[in-house]
Ligand binder design. Structure first.
Ligand code: SF4
Ligand code: SF4
Length: 355
């Protein structure tokens, strides 16, 4: 059984209070022992797409970064480029977006590295024994770091039901080509009865796979690579994922990618899940989303499976319903947790230690 530390949060508390809780969790869990002098420490975070407001606030992690730096190691904030079209698709735009949201070396005292390089070609193929995959692509600057810290903002997700630690590892540390492999089973289809021919999906499709035909949008399945951007974009719910098993495949592949990320890093990783400003969709959406429940708190663990399981259990306990399942009834978030446990990434049973 793994340990998960939890610090609850009230609504509208100051950044200072939140950053103080992060440090309390860091100390309670003894994460200080992970980091050694001179080693590279990749701190994986999502900087938030343009206009997104739900992402982890840089002020919440400032003292944490100072604590890690005290170990005389070399921490840096890391993310990888996105599959979808937006402000984080290449390293230049991605870095500028991160600075715009306050993640600067001047503010935080640590640099940012987009770990898969300028055009997402900086990765290695890592052999694994998965159900679907025998190798996965991991961004080199994460792979070459001796220690990893995962700071994950918990949200719902249009294709996986939930985004938390497992998704931050599996999808978040993959180059664009690795993300594409994980999404390959997503098969969107347009319902012509619902399509209002607004053209937004055509504008946002990164593969030019959508065009109008007989006055409604139509997807060329040969060009489509399943990123799901059109599903998220359509305001009229005219585009649905037509392969019912695709969320399962995506989540299981994501867990297998996480296995590759953690390979040879036993005892060198720690995880924080922020149950703050929880939104129905992830921070890749270029808009300020309303939160779907009150803030709950912050979790910390050495175990990515236990922390995600504790996250879903707390969400049910604090909201009195299975909130994420209500939001995404077709995408059972438990798949990623269960498959990660089957792969040996951690344990679904845990001891919750409230501090
Ligand atoms: S975004 Fe939706 S409504 Fe607009 S063209 Fe595409 S499918 Fe039709
Ligand atoms: S049609 Fe395919 S490639 Fe284009 S946005 Fe939709 S899922 Fe992505």
């Amino acid at each position: 059984m793994s340990k998960v530390w939890f610090s609850s949060l009230k609504e509208n508390v100051s950044a200072e209070e939140i950053s103080g809780k992060v440090i309390q969790l860091y100390e309670a869990a003894g994460f200080d022992n992970i980091f050694q002098e001179d080693e590279f420490v990749a701190i994986k975070i999502h900087f938030g797409e343009k206009n997104n407001t739900g992402h982890i606030n840089p002020q919440w992690i400032k003292p944490l970064l100072s604590y890690i730096k005290k170990k005389k190691c070399k921490p840096f904030l890391a993310d990888t480029n996105t599959l979808y079209r937006g402000n984080r698709q290449n390293s230049i735009d991605h870095l500028l977006q991160a600075y715009e949201h306050g993640f600067s070396i001047e503010n935080l005292g640590v640099p940012i590295i987009i770990a898969d390089g300028l055009l997402s070609k900086n990765y290695s193929e890592i052999p694994i024994e998965g159900k679907h995959l025998k190798s996965v692509k991991v961004a080199n600057d994460i792979l070459h770091s001796q220690s990893l810290v995962f700071l994950s903002h918990v949200t719902g997700h249009i294709l996986t039901g939930m985004g938390a630690a497992i998704k931050n590892m599996g999808m978040g540390c993959a180059p664009r080509s690795g993300k594409q492999i994980q999404h390959a089973d997503v098969k969107p289809r347009v319902n012509p009865e619902r399509c209002r021919a607004c053209g937004l999906c055509i504008k946002w499709c990164p593969k030019g796979a959508i065009e109008f035909y007989d006055g409604v949008a139509r997807i060329d399945t040969k060009k489509c690579y399943g990123c799901g951007e059109c599903i998220a974009t359509c305001r009229y719910q005219a585009i649905k994922n037509s392969f019912s098993g695709s969320s399962m495949m995506l989540q299981e592949k994501m867990a297998e990618y996480a296995l590759g990320v953690l390979k040879d890093k036993q005892g060198k990783c720690c995880f924080f899940n922020f149950l703050t400003h929880i939104t129905g969709e992830c921070d890749c959406l270029s808009k300020a989303q309303k939160k779907v429940t009150n803030d709950i708190g912050i979790l910390a663990s050495y175990d990515p499976v236990a922390i995600d399981k504790a996250t879903t259990d707390l969400l049910i306990e604090k909201t009195g319903k299975d909130l994420l399942k209500k939001l995404w009834p077709d995408n059972d978030y438990n798949i990623q947790i269960n498959h990660a446990e089957e792969l040996g990434l951690g344990f679904g049973s845990y001891e919750l230690i409230e501090i």
